[in-house]
Design a protein around this ligand. Structure first.
Ligand code: DGY
Length: 441
């Protein structure tokens, strides 16, 4: 097992190795571009040893944001799941597949969980703390302030995009229109809604299986449907009204809803601090609406929040870790007892799907393995809500796992084996930002 100092060095080297000068690959080969929510978590890691590089990650990410001049302007504020700063032939579907060739910086046409206001607030707090601890580091605070002044209007536009385009009726619960938007691609929670999507008939070549064993990746039928949804989007000219009305897949994902809720709460705080009072009020209204609406997603059976098929109205009563981010999101019920039970059922931390659920698969992408950044968000939310011991239990599990296995994409919750891509940026970042030197001692 590696010492903390050794592992910290490896974590920093992992980020440097995946650095492409302004953005960080999640991992080489398997994910050769800038991913949306990966960038936010990864920036936290950079923040611990190279703050300028952390803010740069964000500037680069938002350089791909769609504005009023893109595709008729209806998607102003949209931030893509993937930004293609350079070409690569190791990934499908790459830059030429999404119908966005007219953009100066090509992107995919779907988004990802909007955790950015939270990450930016944590980075801001880190900069303030650092400069208070050591007055000679005051320039770090100035840099953070200048970057936030640039970034905040873009983040506000992004939140407006979510509420305007993905909740046009103002229900308080945004939808997603592609499982990849959830970042939890083939979670068993999507099995029912994605069965309504006609698989594509067009030929394509997957690249992920060149990097990772098929037992750890989604099956072909899943990809056929993902390609079909991607093509539907471009066939609609990315018109959000048409997509909302006609997309064969429309889901209220509790993961996106929780992450957006927490981000809007943090955005309110940042806007207040930076003198953007109108935006603060506007975001607070969204927060209040969601706070009430989310109670319709409570599962009595699993004692946690779950997702809903927004096309049929049916609750997707599947226990996934997305529904345990309740304390993080500030929802009425914090799910602490449920988290406690989950932890008793497996060896290391919180799996992506509850291990007692029939659809649990410990090796396969989002159907069972543990993701460290989700564990971090759940634990940090629980700690904020006063469940300090429970939060620490999750962190210590993660520390054990990372010390034994290094920085993988995900881990088998039954034996701790590292799975998926190796040298993974956001896993290294969670070690640097969350687990930290001496934190468990
Ligand atoms: C993939 O290609 O597996 C990604 O998760 C999509 O974002």
């Amino acid at each position: 097992m590696q010492s903390h100092e050794q592992l910290q060095t490896v974590a920093r080297e992992t980020l440097r190795k995946n650095d492409r000068g302004g953005y960080t690959l999640p991992t080489q080969g398997l994910y050769p571009f800038q991913w949306n929510w990966d960038a936010g978590i990864t920036a936290l890691g950079w923040m611990t040893f190279d703050p300028a590089r952390a803010w740069r990650e964000y500037e680069t990410l938002f350089s791909g944001q769609w504005g009023p001049d893109h595709f008729g302007g209806a998607n102003d504020g949209f931030l893509a799941q993937i930004t293609f700063h350079q070409d690569s032939d190791t990934y499908f579907p790459g830059p030429d597949q999404w119908g966005t060739d007219s953009l100066a910086i090509r992107t995919s046409s779907i988004s990802q969980p909007p955790l950015h206001a939270t990450m930016l607030r944590w980075m801001w707090k880190e900069a303030v703390r650092t400069s208070e601890r050591d007055k000679t580091l005051a320039p770090q605070r100035d840099m953070a302030e200048a970057c936030l002044q640039e970034l905040l209007p873009k983040v506000i536009a992004h939140h407006r995009w979510w509420y305007r385009c993905r909740d046009p009726q103002g229900t308080g619960l945004v939808v997603n229109i592609h499982p990849w938007e959830t970042g939890m691609d083939n979670s068993p929670a999507w099995d029912d809604p994605q069965s309504a999507v006609l698989p594509t008939q067009r030929p394509y070549v997957r690249k992920d299986l060149n990097h990772v064993d098929a037992s750890m990746r989604p099956p072909k039928i899943f990809y056929d449907r993902m390609v079909s949804l991607m093509d539907f989007n471009s066939a609609c000219g990315f018109d959000p009204k048409r997509i909302f009305a006609e997309c064969p897949y429309r889901v209220n994902d509790i993961g996106i809803i929780s992450i957006l809720q927490r981000s809007s709460i943090d955005l309110v705080a940042l806007c207040q601090e930076f003198g953007l009072q109108d935006a603060a009020k506007e975001m607070q209204q969204h927060v209040d609406r969601t706070q009430v609406a989310v109670e319709s997603l409570w599962s009595e059976r699993w004692q946690q929040y779950v997702s809903r098929n927004a096309r049929t109205g049916a609750l997707l009563d599947v226990p996934t870790s997305a529904g345990l981010m309740a304390a993080y999101a500030g929802f009425q019920k914090d799910c602490a007892d449920t988290v406690d039970s989950w932890l008793d059922e497996t060896l290391y931390g919180i799996p992506s799907t509850r291990s007692t659920y029939i659809g649990f698969e410990p090796l396969r992408y989002w159907r069972g393995p543990i993701w460290q950044h989700i564990n971090m968000l759940i634990a940090m939310g629980l700690a904020d809500r006063g469940h300090v011991e429970l939060a620490d239990r999750i962190r210590v599990d993660s520390e054990t796992l990372l010390r034994q296995q290094g920085f993988h994409e995900y881990y088998d919750p039954t034996d701790g084996r590292g799975l998926g891509g190796g040298e993974f940026s956001w896993t290294a970042a969670t070690y640097l930002y969350w687990i930290k030197p001496n934190a468990s001692r």
